[in-house]
Structure formats: C-alpha cells, structure tokens
Design a protein around this ligand. Structure first.
Ligand code: ADE
Length: 243
C-alpha cells in the first residue's frame, strides 16, 4: 500500500489523525495519505454537495455528480485507485481480514458520506466496495474512514516500531483468528491483584499454552455474547411484530 486518499466534507479532521505517531511513521516510510474536500471540486454553485431525496423523506443525500467530479479531479479518466471504498452502515462488515486485503492494495480511496445517505449510483458505478465498521449509524463516514485507515496502516511495515507486535495480535492467523490473550506488566502484585503465576515462571512452553487457552476462552465468551444478543434481538422483533 502506497496511497490512501480520503474524500470528505471535512479534510481538516484528518490533520489530527495524521499527527498520530504510527501514521507519521508510515508516512515517513512511504505511505501517502491525502485528503480531498467534496466542496473543492463540486460542479454546483455555492459549494453545494447534497440534495433532497427523490421519493421524499428526511435528510439530504450526497450527489453522484459531486462524487464523480471529485474522483475525476483527483485521477482524471483513469480511476487510479485499485479499491474505491464507500463507507456506509450497509456495507461489508470491516474486519481484520479486510484490513489485510486493503493493506495489500497499492492505492485505496475512502469516500465519506454525510447526511442521510449517498446517491446509490456512487455505490453502483463509482465504488468497488462498501464497508461498514459496525451495525450502528454514525453521523458520517469520517470516523469510519479513520478506523479503516488505522487498521490498515498498522499493518504496513514500520508503522508499529516492533514488527512482532502485529504478528500475534487479536484475530491474527497465529491465534487462529481468536482475540488476543491478556497482557500483564509490573508490579507483580498490586492491591492484592496477582499476575498469573505461569507468566512469571520462565516456563516458555507453559506461557505459550496458557496464552493460547486464554485466547480461545475469549473467543468462546465473545461468541456466547453475540449469540445471546442475537437471541434478544429475535425476541424483541417477534414481540414488536405481534404487538
Ligand atoms: N457511515 C455511517 N455509519 C457508518 C458505519 N457504521 N460504518 C461505515 N460508515 C458509516
């Protein structure tokens, strides 16, 4: 990955993001992180970028001609990025695998919507992907774009400082896709709260086994919680449907 382009109504939000050490490290090592403002290239007067939805309804919709103009201004006819990602709550759920996929791309564009939504033709005609960072609705795609960019950037060589840091972390192949094991550091006892004995034993094989068990246990608990939440949702919907 060499280039991440973010298209947004608020390019200045990303100044803070760029100031973070791991992002700055990645930029020093060759990442190009660029921002483009929808208003800078809108073909409409007065900096307009949105419009009322056909068919009626609340809120405004980001226009397809505004998005197309921004992409053309940035790339010409060539559509240079290998992935053009629309951030949307209805998109493919973002996860570690998708982060790795994007990290392997030479050039990714992230399109941030605002308002009630984005004209569907953006997704159909201009984007290669739609990505959601979770089943909830944010006020816009900017925070989602930062989440995606952050997860991708920490996979780039050099961003973390310690190459091994990313190797055995949560959801990695090394842990069979499970969450990471718990970490402890000094002091060994604090207010009577003990660090597990095995971690202080010097028994490397014992540590390895303990960590794997903990990681699997966390995966089991997370799956249980997801199942319980899904069952609650089903009950609530059934009750709402029959009420
Ligand atoms: N825009 C608004 N909500 C979002 C979400 N959950 N994921 C990605 N983009 C969004």
């Amino acid at each position: 990955m060499k280039t991440i382009d973010v298209f947004t109504l608020f390019p200045e939000w990303f100044d803070w993001f760029r100031g973070q050490r791991h992002v700055a490290n990645a930029e020093r090592d060759g990442l190009e992180l660029r921002t483009f403002g929808w208003r800078e290239t809108t073909p409409l007067t007065g900096g307009q970028v949105d419009d009322a939805p056909y068919g009626g309804g609340a809120g405004m919709v980001l226009r397809v001609d505004v998005v197309d103009a921004a992409l053309r201004a940035a790339y010409g006819e060539a559509r240079a990025p290998t992935r053009v990602v629309l951030l949307a709550p209805s998109g493919r759920q973002f996860d570690e695998r998708l982060a790795s996929e994007l990290a392997a791309e030479p050039h990714v564009a992230l399109l941030c919507g605002r308002y009630e939504g984005v004209d569907e033709r953006v997704r159909e005609r201009l984007a290669t992907d739609a990505i959601s960072i979770g089943p909830y609705v944010l006020s816009g795609g900017e925070l989602a774009a930062m989440v995606v960019a952050d997860a991708v950037i920490r996979k780039l060589p050099g961003a973390l400082g310690h190459a091994e840091s990313a190797l055995e972390e949560s959801f990695s192949d090394a842990l069979g896709g499970a969450p990471e094991y718990p970490h402890y550091t000094r002091p060994p006892t604090y207010r009577g709260w003990e660090v597990p004995e095995v971690l202080r034993s010097g028994d490397h094989e014992g540590v390895r086994r303990w960590r794997l068990e903990q990681s699997r246990e966390r995966a089991r608990r997370a799956a249980e919680e997801r199942e319980r939440a899904a069952a609650e949702d089903r009950t609530r919907r059934a009750e709402a449907g029959s009420g």
